[in-house]
Write a protein that binds this ligand. Structure first.
Ligand SMILES: [Zn+2]
Length: 435
């Protein structure tokens, strides 16, 4: 007998990018709908009036009437060892790393500490409705082992990797080109493809990896083409100047990664703020992903992501959205989308509520190449689901009185919402946290 569960509420699931097909054709919306889950996957969805009478006998129905049922939210860039670095005062990127982050990350040599933080981390993601994330560990294999073990136990779809860094940080945080390769390879063999887990080869950024280490990262990718690559690119002017000094042979920051074979459709580049046109062209041609981390970019004073320039029609760069905790300041992908909207505003550009909701669900799933598994409520996909209450706070309920249509309601939810709006989160059809 399959394990079944039905969820009733206002169903919203994207089928296409609103920026390409327009808001109206981009999504499925049912004001009173039912999603049927069987053995952890979406089995069917439709109008409640049609579905309720046809449910197999004994199927429990979770009543979320009036609330929004969406696919689980996806975060494409976040750091496990920075949950106690978030909200550290007064510095920009390179000083912030030295003063706060490189101190805190040393604690992750201890597996017990890493395991405790991994548990908190996944609790907090799920509390925010985030069911999949691309996660950086510390340099220590313990950090990746702890996160993967906890994610496996909870059956969450997670992407993660131990950071590779062989220079530019305290000795306790350095591996070598050889040990970084060997340890990453062992982690890939231990975890990649197990349960719902994926490995991401994770050279932190060009400032903390030698030529030899970046070459080793390229070798890992070539040997394991199913793995991801995640790193940072063009976040801060001092960082870019440092990269220019460390790699005098490179035409640009992007060229450093390109030279070692690190660009590609499974490559996630955090930030991409100060790119030159030639760099955007290479990211586009290689189908690499530029990851916008708005709360981090504002908090660290890094700069304003140029969404229109990246998406430019002739050579569009694939774009994803992420929190970047602990440079970022909120675990909530709703809050993150709201800050992205403000960054877009500061650039004089436009971004609709539906584009934002697409970004944190199907858009991010597509950026990860996982749209066959997650990011929508399409039958056959995994039943990672979030239920959102657009009237979660008195101020939201008050504002909602004057919202005239779905687009306006969604915009209010995005701009005013955060983890308080998360009514329930389901992983593979099982409820995992309730506000
Ligand atoms: Zn980051």
């Amino acid at each position: 007998m399959p394990v079944r569960r039905a969820l009733r509420g206002r169903i919203l699931s994207f089928e296409a990018d609103p920026a390409e097909v327009g808001d109206a054709a981009s999504h499925l919306y049912l004001e009173d709908g039912v999603v049927l889950v069987e053995d952890g996957r979406i089995a069917a969805l439709g109008e409640a009036g049609d579905m309720l009478g046809q449910l197999p006998e004994g199927t429990p129905v979770d009543d979320h009437a009036g609330h929004l049922i969406l696919p689980g939210l996806i975060d494409t860039h976040i750091h496990l060892p920075q949950t106690q670095v978030i909200a550290s005062h007064g510095t920009q990127l390179l000083d912030w790393l030295q003063k706060y982050t490189f101190v805190e990350e040393q604690r992750f040599a201890d597996f017990d500490h890493a395991a405790r933080i991994a548990c908190f981390f996944l609790d907090e993601l799920l509390r925010n409705g985030t069911t999949t994330a691309a996660v950086y560990g510390s340099v220590h294999t313990e950090s990746a082992d702890a996160l993967f073990a906890e994610a496996l136990r909870r059956n969450t779809r997670m992407i993660a990797g131990k950071v590779m860094m062989d220079r530019g940080a305290p000795a306790a945080l350095l591996d070598t080109a050889e040990s970084g390769y060997r340890e990453s390879k062992a982690l890939i063999e231990r975890w990649h493809g197990r349960g719902r887990l994926h490995y991401a080869v994770s050279p932190r950024f060009a400032v903390t990896s030698s030529d030899a280490q970046l070459e080793a990262a390229g070798a890992l990718l070539a040997e394991h083409p199913g793995c991801y690559l995640q790193t940072h690119l063009s976040e801060n002017p001092d960082e870019i100047a440092t990269v220019r000094r460390l790699f005098p042979w490179a035409k640009s920051y992007t060229d450093v990664y390109d030279r070692f074979g690190l660009l590609g459709e499974r490559s996630l580049f955090g930030h991409c703020i100060h790119l030159e046109e030639a760099e955007r062209r290479r990211l586009s041609a290689s189908r690499s992903v530029a990851v916008l981390c708005p709360t981090s970019n504002l908090f660290l004073g890094s700069g304003l992501f140029d969404l229109a320039a990246l998406r430019s029609a002739g050579r569009p760069v694939r774009v994803a959205l992420a929190t970047d905790i602990g440079g970022g300041t909120s675990y909530s992908m709703l809050r993150t989308a709201a800050e992205a909207y403000k960054v877009v505003q500061l650039r004089g550009q436009r971004w609709s509520a539906l584009e934002a909701l697409y970004a944190i669900t199907l858009g991010n799933a597509r950026a990860l190449g996982l749209e066959g598994e997650i990011g929508s409520l399409e039958p056959g996909t995994e039943a990672d689901i979030v239920v959102l209450d657009a009237r979660a706070t008195p101020a939201m309920a008050h504002r909602m009185e004057t919202a005239r249509d779905l687009a306006e309601q969604l915009f209010v939810l995005l701009i005013m919402g955060d983890e308080r709006a998360v009514r329930a989160t389901y992983v593979m059809g099982e409820p995992v946290s309730r506000a």
